[in-house]
Structures are given as C-alpha cells and as structure tokens.
Design a protein around this ligand. Structure first.
Ligand SMILES: Cc1cc2nc3c(=O)[nH]c(=O)nc-3n(C[C@H](O)[C@H](O)[C@H](O)COP(=O)(O)OP(=O)(O)OC[C@H]3O[C@@H](n4cnc5c(N)ncnc54)[C@H](O)[C@@H]3O)c2cc1C
Length: 417
C-alpha cells in the first residue's frame, strides 16, 4: 500500500514563504497575534503548511459539522491525508513515507488544524502521526515494518494506543489487562477505555501485563488488529467536547495475539512508553499553544467589532490588559515549545522538559480560551461561535496524555523532592 509519493518536497506544490510572525486571522489579513518572530521553520515547512491548509479547507472543514454530529470522522480522512503525503512523514520512502525525520512537519499540521478550528477532527490524525507512529517506527522488526508501515502511511491502517483501563489511568503499572503466553500466541484478556481512534483503529498498540506478578517490569506492548477473534469495540463515548473524535471502550476476551505482534522485548513495555511519552506530551503542548493562539485571534476580531457603551469592547482597559496578558503568555509558551521541538529533533528532549511543556501550555490554553469566552459575552457560550466549541474541546488537554498533577510529579521528582 505505497503512498505513491517519492519525497516530501516532491509532493509539495511550490509556494512563497509565509512569514509566521503575523499569524493571520484570514488569508491576506495579517492578524495581530505573534509579536515575536519565530525561527523554527524554513521554506520547506512553509510550503508544507500551505499544502496542509488547502487540504484542511477542502477535505476536513466541509465535513466537520457532520462529523461532530456523528461522533466520528470518516475513514477517508486518513486515506486522503495519506494520499496527500500528510501521514508518516518520518517513515522511510521505500515503506511509503516521506523519508524526513523532522517533527516540525508534525507541528505544522497541529497548527493548521487549530487555525482552521477543526480541532476534534484533527486529533485522530495527529495521534496517528505524532503518538502512535514512533512505536511502529522504532520498536518494530523488519517484518513488522513491511507489514504495517505502508498502510499507516497510506491511511488504510488507522492506529490507536490503549493504555488506560476503567480502573486505572495515571497509575499505569497497576493495569490488569493480561497477555499470557501460549505457544506462538499471547492470550489477551481485559479492557481499555477512553481510547482515541478507538472505533476507527485497525492497529491498537495495547499495553498488557505479560507477567501479572510484576508492576513496571511485567508490562509489554502488543499490536491488536481489527478482526481478531474476541477483540470487541464498546461504546463510542459521549464527551463534553471533541465530538468528531471517536473515543471508545475496547474489550478483549481470550484474544489470541501472535508473538509476532509484540513491539519490543517482553517486559519492556513500560520502558517503551516512558521513551515515547515525551513526544506525545510535546505534541499536546504544541497543539495547546496553537489552540490558545487561535482563540485569541478569533477574540481580537470579535472585540474590535462588538461595541458597548458606544465603543468597541476591546477598547476597555480591562479588555486590553486581558488580551495583552494572553498574547504575552502565548509568546512565552511558543518560545519554549519551539525550543522543545528542536530538542526532540536532536534526540535530547527530557521527560521533564516535555512534562513542563505539557502542563504549562495546556493550562495556559484552558485559561486563554476561558478568558476569550468571557470577552465574547453571551455569544461565547453559543456553539455557532468557534470559541464555544474550543471551550468544550480544550478542557481535556490538561487530563489526557498525563494529567497536570502527574506532569508536576515528574518534574518534582527531578528536583530531588
Ligand atoms: C477524550 C480522551 C481521550 C483519551 N485518549 C486516550 C488514548 O488514546 N489512550 C489512552 O490510553 N488513554 C486515553 N485517555 C485517558 C487519559 O490519558 C486518562 O484519563 C488520564 O491519564 C487520567 O487517568 P484517569 O482518567 O484514570 O484519572 P485518575 O488517574 O483516576 O486521576 C484522577 C485525578 O487524580 C489525580 N492523581 C492521580 N494520581 C495522582 C498523583 N500521584 N498525585 C497527584 N494527583 C494524582 C489526577 O491528576 C486526576 O486529577 C483519554 C481520555 C480522554 C478523556
């Protein structure tokens, strides 16, 4: 299932370099957010950005209302993203990918998803690229790579990662889903919940206990595939926000999973998760900053137009101060996440840095979106305004991928306290 595209740059239409320093509210209309010039991207990324933006305008935005009502995106979102070169950018070309290991391309997608206000529809896409793909890229045997990576790049194989169970989330080592070796198979029993892409996924990286008598050392990662006997999907869960995103329960009853579907060594599951979680957390942080920036952009437009007491509401000193605070905090967060992205690219990001980025940026996004709702007045509570949807969507970001409290635990431990 090749993507049919040779290199990332060959896939991209030539377009002029955009200055990100003025993040626009609408094409050709330079917005006011973005006082600090960013040096993260080069011309290739900006060309990629233009292509992603056109793709979202054409293939995502027109469907989002329908997907929000359906509680799930069409699978075609993935195959179309794959055909356009927006999946598996880091996968070697001979396996159908873009052949470029550079997380800045993932950042561009996350930012464009937020810019277009299609947050929930974009989550499964970014989860597939930013969070699941690294496991398939680095923990797989050559045979597994051949089997899975081309489909992951083409979007025919949608991925998910299942760690959380009904009884445990933060305390992963207490998980109870077991995988007991029987010949060339593991027999898997248990359940997972809150799994992003849970309904659409074809390949689910599943954290299991291959040695239930151990905590961390007893964990392994198995890939469960759509159609395996005893692997059932539960409900597509109804959530406060993120409505286009399928978030599901998964049930396993005596599922026979070949040993050939194990990622890494038996007992190495926890170590693998710890190694990959910094990228997951940075991805959430990057999204959060873009989400805050977009909320502020929408709000700036609104407060210039809406009047009270005969003047635009943005002219009140309180409004200006609130907006100034938000703009400042966003720039500070952006500077830190950009630095973390470069550190990730160079393979030197630490768990603590990623935890700092995750908790700070998601708490910031929550604060900014809440402040923006306030500045919209009653309209901020109406779902026809994108800020209202952002308010519902942003709430989860301080919880999934590790809660703010767990992030502070990670950072606190590194301080020797
Ligand atoms: C929309 C959505 C999508 C999700 N997607 C996925 C997915 O794709 N894959 C997946 O595996 N999971 C997913 N999750 C699960 C998510 O990662 C967990 O909900 C999260 O890790 C928290 O776990 P929990 O819900 O069990 O809360 P708990 O662990 O029960 O925590 C409850 C509260 O206790 C606090 N707490 C727990 N331990 C400590 C401590 N040591 N110190 C201080 N406070 C603590 C927490 O911070 C939190 O405030 C998703 C969840 C949602 C809602």
């Amino acid at each position: 299932m090749p993507c049919g595209v040779a290199t990332l740059s060959a896939r991209l239409p030539r377009a002029p370099l955009r200055a990100w320093a003025t993040l626009s509210g609408a094409d050709g209309d330079p917005g006011t957010v973005g006082a600090v010039e960013r040096t993260l991207f080069d011309a290739e990324h900006e060309m990629f950005r233009d292509s992603v933006r056109s793709f979202i305008d054409k293939e995502v935005a027109p469907h989002t209302e329908r997907w929000e009502k359906a509680g799930i995106v069409d699978r075609e979102l993935f195959t179309r993203a794959g055909a356009s070169g927006f999946l598996g950018m880091a996968v070697p070309e001979d396996l159908g990918g873009g052949g470029v290991e550079d997380f800045r391309y993932n950042v561009v997608i996350a930012e464009e998803v937020q810019r277009s206000g299609v947050n929930a529809a974009g989550l499964g896409w970014t989860l597939h690229n930013d969070i699941c793909l690294p496991y398939f890229l680095t923990l797989t045997t050559p045979e597994q790579k051949e089997r899975w990576l081309p489909g992951i790049c083409s979007g025919e194989l949608i991925t998910a990662i299942a760690m959380t169970e009904p009884g445990i989330g933060s305390d992963l080592a207490s998980m109870t889903t077991t995988a007991i070796r029987d010949g060339d198979d593991y027999v898997v029993n248990g359940s997972k919940t809150f799994i992003t892409n849970g309904i659409n996924a074809d390949l689910v990286i599943t954290a299991v206990k291959t040695d239930p008598s151990e905590r961390h050392a007893g964990m392994s990662l198995l890939v469960l595939e759509r159609g395996m006997e005893g692997f059932e999907r539960g409900r597509n869960l109804e959530k406060v926000g993120m409505h286009s995103q399928d978030t599901a329960e998964l049930f396993f009853t005596d599922v026979r999973v070949p040993v050939a579907n194990r990622l890494g060594e038996e007992g190495s599951g926890f170590r693998s998760l710890v190694a990959k979680l910094p990228q997951e957390r940075l991805s959430i942080a990057v999204t959060a900053v873009a989400q805050a920036r977009q909320a502020l952009d929408w709000t700036l437009e609104y407060v210039k137009e809406r009047t009270a007491f005969g003047i635009p509401i943005g002219s009140f000193q309180n409004s200006r101060f609130r907006l100034a605070e938000m703009a400042t905090e966003i720039e500070i967060a952006q500077t830190f996440t950009d630095r973390c992205v470069l550190a990730l690219n160079e393979g030197r990001i630490t768990a603590e840095e990623a935890a700092m980025a995750k908790w700070w940026c998601t708490e910031l996004a929550k604060r900014v979106v809440d402040g923006c709702v306030q500045l919209h007045g009653g309209y901020g509570y109406m779902l026809e305004y994108p800020i209202a949807r952002a308010y519902a969507d942003v709430r989860i970001t301080t919880i999934y991928g590790g809660t703010t409290e767990i992030m502070k635990e990670i950072i606190g431990r590194s301080l020797g306290v």
